[in-house]
Design a protein around this ligand. Structure first.
Ligand code: C2O
Ligand code: CU
Length: 559
């Protein structure tokens, strides 16, 4: 398919009333037509922009059966596995009820999120995966230092699993903590439609975390819907490649109104994962203090109090929260929204759910240990020595930038108007029309090796197991429309040494680092896992728009 005329011209957007005749029922194939994206009504409708449509055909999942016959998705269940166990994992169509409406979506084992896999540290499990959706797919074990051939990256470590196909993964979990799994093939569609789940690797050390009354696993996400159902995706290439696809329904564990009942005085350990395509969350539980204890791959050197926690796509945080008084506490997303048309910033608070604290006191009171901030001596002695790399020059430098030359002139002009101010982070979709018509055909997000000039998949760095390399990432502000990028490295772990020249005084192993607009960040990548891996931006639409590169890790010398 060629330019902007195809596919799109025949499916003229209908008015809101026409849309309403499809009713609040299950989104059907009539839903797969381009129309104006949902947006805040205060945004002016600029005629030249309103006529624009993406250069690709609209896509919505098609089960090939009456949606009413699809199984209704159920909430996530915990699957406890031991070393050597096998889990049958199936990606398939489901009906999902969200906010009183039904949608055709995807799920792992019919659950939203997919099954929560609980394994002891050190275990290896077998995942017998079958694909019963209408697209090729694969499963990636995010943050897990898996054997390279099970990393689930089509085109790099495996072929995509075709519809009807099967692939058996062997996954070993050497690091304790919270991980997640998701497809690595058109994840802008598949992950967005529900294909994701958590993995909790139980630490061998029983005192690994401080005492808590319970553990809760929260996956944050969002979904873009309008009157006709789920807003279509791009068939041949991803849409929304400028800012990524922001949803207008915020979800916690797949629910628009998440709830939790606790007893007065309970200390709850929350394992947070951001599974959204592009949205960052800034989470707070009312005015409750939150104690941050861990992140992507393990614990911080020191526990710290925070009033809110920022999660970029793919990042995880482990936080302890105590609820000392009876009543209701809102789980909120507190952001600084932007309106690019009026150059306005405005605070926005969305309530994602409610914690109801009963008047009965919890039996086991961890109040006093909760007040203590632990210094984790094992982590300090493990990570502290890496600070010796702080002052030395970087081994590699990577520039993050954008090429948007193929966009329609109107869009480019609008983007240029917008270069007067750059927020470090875009928390919302401040230009939904320009964003949605910008597909991966017109937009290329770029990782550029500053030394060689090589870009994206032309970059192939070579390392050896045991190497520790310092990489300077720079998110270029001169780009036409700069944006933050959560950068993820596969198969390894790294430390964030410094950002904008400020040394990080509380280290933790990570696999995804948020690069705000204009930021320069030094990371120290530990090469521990041989194979050919990718590094990329974890905004699903930026990945689709090219923002990925390769690095090879040779086995240790003499092996
Ligand atoms: Cu969450 Cu390349 O992965
Ligand atoms: Cu990005």
């Amino acid at each position: 398919m060629g330019g902007g005329e195809n596919a799109v011209a025949q499916t003229r957007p209908e008015g809101r009333d026409a849309a309403r005749t499809h009713g609040p029922g299950i989104s059907d194939t009539l839903g797969a037509a381009w129309r104006m994206p949902p947006m805040r009504t205060s945004m002016p409708m600029l005629p030249p922009l309103m006529r624009l449509r993406p250069s690709v055909a609209p896509f919505l999942p098609d089960a090939g059966v009456d949606p009413i016959t699809l199984p209704e998705a159920v909430p996530s269940r915990i699957v406890k596995l031991s070393d050597g166990d096998t889990l049958a994992l199936k990606a398939s169509f489901v009906r999902r009820r969200i906010g009183g409406r039904s949608y055709v979506m995807y799920a792992f084992n019919g659950q939203y999120p997919g099954p929560l896999i609980r394994v002891p540290q050190g275990a290896t499990i077998v995942i017998d995966f079958t694909n019963r959706i209408d697209l090729p797919t694969a499963v990636h074990w995010h943050g897990v230092r898996v054997e390279n051939r099970y990393d689930g990256v089509p085109g790099v470590t495996q072929d995509p699993v075709p519809p009807g196909g099967r692939f058996v993964y062997h996954v070993r979990f050497q690091d304790a903590g919270i991980y997640w799994y998701h497809p690595h093939h058109r994840e802008d569609i598949q992950q967005d439609l529900g294909l994701y789940g958590n993995i909790f690797v139980e630490p061998l050390d029983r005192e690994y975390f401080g005492p808590a009354n319970r553990e809760e696993f929260l996956v944050l996400d969002d979904l873009l819907v309008d009157e006709r159902g789920i807003f279509p995706y791009g068939r041949e290439a991803a849409t929304h490649t400028l800012m990524g696809r922001f949803g207008n329904v915020l979800l916690v564990n797949g629910e628009p109104a998440w709830t939790l009942d606790v007893k007065r005085g309970e200390v709850v350990r929350f394992f947070l994962t951001n599974a959204s395509n592009t949205r960052l969350f800034n989470l707070a539980f009312g005015d409750a203090r939150m104690k941050v204890v861990g992140a992507d791959i393990g614990r911080f050197e020191r526990e710290e109090w925070v009033s809110s926690v920022v999660l970029a796509p793919a990042q995880r945080y482990v936080i302890d929260v105590r609820f000392p008084e009876a009543g209701q506490i809102a789980l909120e997303n507190r952001i600084q929204a932007i309106d690019h048309y009026f150059a306005l910033f405005y605070p926005q608070v969305d309530t994602l759910g409610l914690v109801s604290v009963s008047t009965d006191a919890v039996r086991e009171n961890h109040g006093s240990s909760f007040e203590e901030l632990r210094e984790v001596t094992e982590v300090m002695s493990e990570l502290g020595p890496y600070r010796s790399h702080l002052k030395r020059a970087p081994d590699y430098e990577l520039t993050l930038t954008l090429r948007a030359g193929e966009l329609p002139l109107t869009v480019r002009q609008m983007m240029q108007l917008d270069t007067l101010y750059f927020p470090p982070v875009e928390w919302n979709d401040a230009m939904p029309l320009m964003n949605y018509v910008s597909t991966a055909r017109e937009v290329t997000w770029v990782l550029r090796d500053a030394r060689t000039g090589a870009e994206n998949m032309d970059i192939e760095w070579r390392f050896r197991v045991g190497d520790v390399v310092k990489i300077r990432l720079h998110n270029e502000i001169r780009a036409l429309h700069p944006m933050q990028h959560p950068m993820h490295f596969h198969g390894q772990r790294f430390l964030v040494l410094s950002q904008d020249g400020v040394a990080n005084n509380n280290l933790v192993w990570k696999d995804t680092v948020l690069m705000p607009t204009g930021a320069t960040t030094d990371i120290l990548l530990e090469l521990s896992n041989p194979g050919r891996w990718i590094a990329h931006c974890h905004i699903a639409e930026h990945l689709e728009a090219g923002m990925k590169m390769v690095f090879t890790v040779e086995p240790p010398q003499g092996s």
